[in-house]
Design a protein around this ligand. Structure first.
Ligand SMILES: C=CC1=C(C)c2cc3[nH]c(cc4nc(cc5[nH]c(cc1n2)c(C)c5CCC(=O)O)C(CCC(=O)O)=C4C)c(C)c3C=C
Ligand SMILES: [Fe+2]
Ligand SMILES: [Fe+2]
Length: 348
C-alpha cells in the first residue's frame, strides 16, 4: 500500500523581505496588528492601531531596517537558518525513515514564506498529513498560538483539509536540554572561562503572564533543567528577559539592566545564551551580541561571549527527528498492518 503524502512544516516567526524601511514597515504592520501580539479590545484596540499606524510605522522601520542591514547575509539570518534546518531535517528523515517519504518545508507566521500560502500549496499538491513544528521551545500565546490561529483560519475556509497536527512546545524535552547542554559545553571547551552563564529569553508583557500565559514558567523550567544538566551552582547562572517593546512592564529581570549591574557586583566575565531562539536572528545577533555587549563592557565588564543558537546543529536535528517520530504515530503503515487487524479481531 502506498503511504499518504506527508509533510513536516518548520515554522518560525518571520522577517522582512528586505532590510529596507518599506519592507520592514510591511512586516511590522502585519506582526504588530496581530491581536495575540498586542492585546486589547474596543477603545484600547483603536488607540493601539492609531499609535501603530501613526508613530510606530513612521519612525521604527527606518531604525530597524538599519539593524537588519547590519546582520543581513543575502537574506535574513532567521530565514537562511530556517532553510538550513529544513535541509538538514530532510536529510536526516531520508536516512532514518526512507519508506515514509516525508517532505520538509519552511513557513513563517509573518512575512514570507507565509504559513497560510504553504498550507494551501501543500494541500493542492496532495499532501494528506501535515505535521506543523513551531520552532518555539517555550509555548507562548504571543508566538505559538498565532500558528494555531492561522491553521484554524485555513481549515475554516477549506472543505477537504489534510490531517494537521501541531507540536505545542518542547521546553523540557530531554533532547532539547541535551542539545543546549552540549552547545554550552562545546563552547566553553573552546573559549576562555567565565564567571556566569546568562540565559536570556525574549520577554512578553508582564500582564500576559499574569493572565495565564505559561511562557515564563516554561523558560524557568528550561533554565533549571539546563543548569542541572551542566552541574552549575546557583551563583553560576541566571535567567533574564530581553527585547522589551513599549512602555509597559515586561518579564523581569531585564537582560540589559542585569548586565549593567553585574560588573559592580564582581561578575566581569559572562557567557550568554538565548534558549528561546531556535535560530539566530536580529534579537540575538544584534541585540544580544552587539547592543548588550556594549552595555556590559560600558559598565566595566571585561569579557562577554555570546553562545550561538542551536540553528542546524546536530543536536537540534536529532531533537527535530525525535519530535517527528513521536508525533507522527499512527500515520504510517509500517510492518504492522496485520497487527492492527489482529487487534480488531481480538477485540470483537
Ligand atoms: C510587541 C510585542 C512583541 C511580543 C509580545 C514579542 C514576543 C516574542 N517574540 C519572539 C521572537 C522574535 N521576535 C523578533 C523580533 C521582534 N519582536 C517584536 C515584538 C514582540 N515580540 C518586534 C517589534 C520585533 C521586530 C524587530 C523590532 O522592531 O524590534 C524576532 C526576530 C525576527 C528576525 O527577523 O530576526 C524573533 C525570533 C518570541 C520568542 C516572543 C515571545 C515568547
Ligand atoms: Fe519578538
Ligand atoms: Fe529587539
Amino acid at each position: 500500500m502506498t503511504q499518504p503524502k506527508t509533510a513536516v512544516l518548520l515554522v518560525n516567526l518571520g522577517s522582512p523581505d528586505q532590510p529596507t524601511p518599506a519592507a520592514v514597515r510591511r512586516y511590522l504592520k502585519e506582526f504588530l496588528s496581530d491581536r495575540r501580539v498586542v492585546e486589547g479590545d474596543g477603545l484600547m484596540r483603536l488607540i493601539w492601531l492609531t499609535v501603530l499606524n501613526g508613530i510606530i510605522l513612521t519612525f521604527r522601520p527606518r531604525k530597524v531596517a538599519k539593524l537588519y542591514a547590519s546582520i543581513w547575509d543575502q537574506d535574513s539570518p532567521l530565514r537562511l537558518i530556517l532553510n538550513q534546518q529544513v535541509a538538514a531535517l530532510q536529510r536526516a528523515l531520508q536516512q532514518q525513515m526512507p519508506a515514509q517519504n516525508i517532505q520538509v518545508y519552511s513557513a513563517m507566521t509573518y512575512g514570507n514564506p507565509g504559513l497560510t500560502a504553504r498550507l494551501e500549496e501543500l494541500t493542492d499538491a496532495g499532501y494528506r498529513k501535515i505535521l506543523v513544528l513551531p520552532l518555539y521551545p517555550q509555548y507562548s500565546a504571543t508566538t505559538t498560538a498565532p500558528i494555531y490561529d492561522l491553521i484554524s483560519r485555513f481549515q475554516m475556509k477549506t472543505r477537504d483539509f489534510p490531517d494537521i497536527r501541531v507540536i505545542h512546545d518542547y521546553h523540557d524535552h530531554p533532547l532539547y536540554i541535551q542539545a543546549l547542554a552540549e552547545s554550552v559545553q562545546d563552547f566553553r571547551e573552546a573559549h576562555p572561562a567565565s564567571d556566569k552563564l546568562i540565559l536570556s529569553y525574549h520577554g512578553i508583557p508582564q500582564e500576559y503572564a499574569a493572565k495565564g500565559d505559561p511562557y515564563p514558567e516554561h523558560c524557568h523550567r528550561t533554565s533549571e533543567l539546563l543548569a542541572e544538566r551542566l552541574g552549575l551552582t546557583a551563583d553560576q547562572w541566571q535567567t533574564t528577559f530581553q527585547s522589551r517593546f513599549g512602555p509597559k512592564a515586561w518579564l523581569q529581570p531585564y537582560t540589559d539592566k542585569t548586565l549593567e549591574a553585574l560588573p559592580e557586583s564582581g561578575v566581569k566575565k559572562v557567557d550568554i545564551i538565548c534558549p528561546a531562539f531556535s535560530a539566530d536572528c536580529l534579537e540575538t545577533l544584534e541585540e544580544i551580541a552587539v547592543e548588550n555587549r556594549d552595555v556590559f563592557v560600558g559598565a566595566g565588564g571585561e569579557q562577554y561571549q555570546y553562545i550561538p543558537a542551536l540553528n542546524a546543529d546536530e543536536g537540534m536535528i536529532n531533537l527535530l527527528v525525535r519530535l517527528v517520530k513521536d508525533n507522527s504515530s499512527g500515520w504510517f503503515n509500517l510492518a504492522n498492518t496485520t497487527n492492527t487487524e489482529n487487534e480488531i479481531n481480538n477485540a470483537s
